[in-house]
Design a protein around this ligand. Structure first.
Ligand code: ADE
Length: 226
């Protein structure tokens, strides 16, 4: 069983994606366990303070090191963690290769950033990996953490019913997936390509490869150059 511990000042923002569909099933099957930690419970002062003004001046609050260290230390005393990940836009961007890697490593702690971010000493001393989900800024690291968890969990063996389906996803071989169709074969005179109805497995496979390549060339030409 892989355990993911998510540390956040707004844990309620992230709980619901874990209560549906594939992730919910993975939790029920005991393949993965997700725990949420409210950083405010680790604040030492009575005010439950987890953020403070930045040294040197400037707008925006900074998440303090003490509650974060306390929470991470407590978790690390209980079990081994392979990575302590900080979700932040100023980091390497998540891709399929990284999701594949993280689906194999073991227990993970994910720290969600907020406000102006965390005290740099957290990043320097407590974090082992930083991940962004894209070049845009969200109001916190909670949604990015949910995205990261989804991308990892669906790859853990036994989570998807059909073991091959994660392997044929777009991006898995740095090639996009071909178009797919279902019934009806004719919808308001828009036809499904005849070849898919032909029953000729080899021809269908050829067609899919050709379409996948066309899509990749058009939408992600960088995949073909790498
Ligand atoms: N926090 C805010 N924006 C983010 C992003 N794009 N990726 C990861 N964490 C973030």
């Amino acid at each position: 069983m892989i355990r993911i511990d998510i540390i956040s000042v707004l844990p309620q923002l992230i709980e619901s994606p874990f209560n549906a569909s594939i992730i919910k099933r993975a939790i029920e099957k005991k393949i993965v366990e997700i725990n949420f930690h409210d950083l405010k419970n680790y604040a030492s002062k009575k005010r439950k303070q987890v953020d403070d003004y930045q040294f040197g001046g400037g707008s925006g609050m900074v998440m303090m090191i003490e509650p974060i260290k306390k929470c991470i230390d407590k978790l690390k005393k209980q079990r081994h963690y392979s990575e302590v990940i900080y979700m932040t836009p100023d980091a390497p961007i998540l891709n399929q290769k990284l999701a594949n890697k993280l689906s194999l490593v073991g227990n993970i702690i994910i720290l969600c950033g907020h406000y102006k971010g965390v005290d740099q000493r957290v990043r320097d001393k407590l974090i082992t990996m930083e991940i962004s989900i894209g070049d845009y800024v969200l109001s916190g690291g909670e949604l990015p953490a949910a995205v990261l968890c989804d991308s990892i969990i669906r790859l853990i063996p036994g989570v998807l019913g059909d073991e091959t389906s994660a392997l044929t996803d777009s991006f898995q071989d740095e090639i996009l997936a071909p178009p797919v169709y279902t019934r009806p074969a004719n919808f308001e005179n828009i036809q499904v390509p005849n070849i898919l109805l032909s029953g000729d497995k080899a021809k269908i496979e050829n067609w899919r490869e050709k379409k996948a390549l066309e899509r990749t060339k058009k939408i992600r030409p960088n995949f073909l150059r790498d």
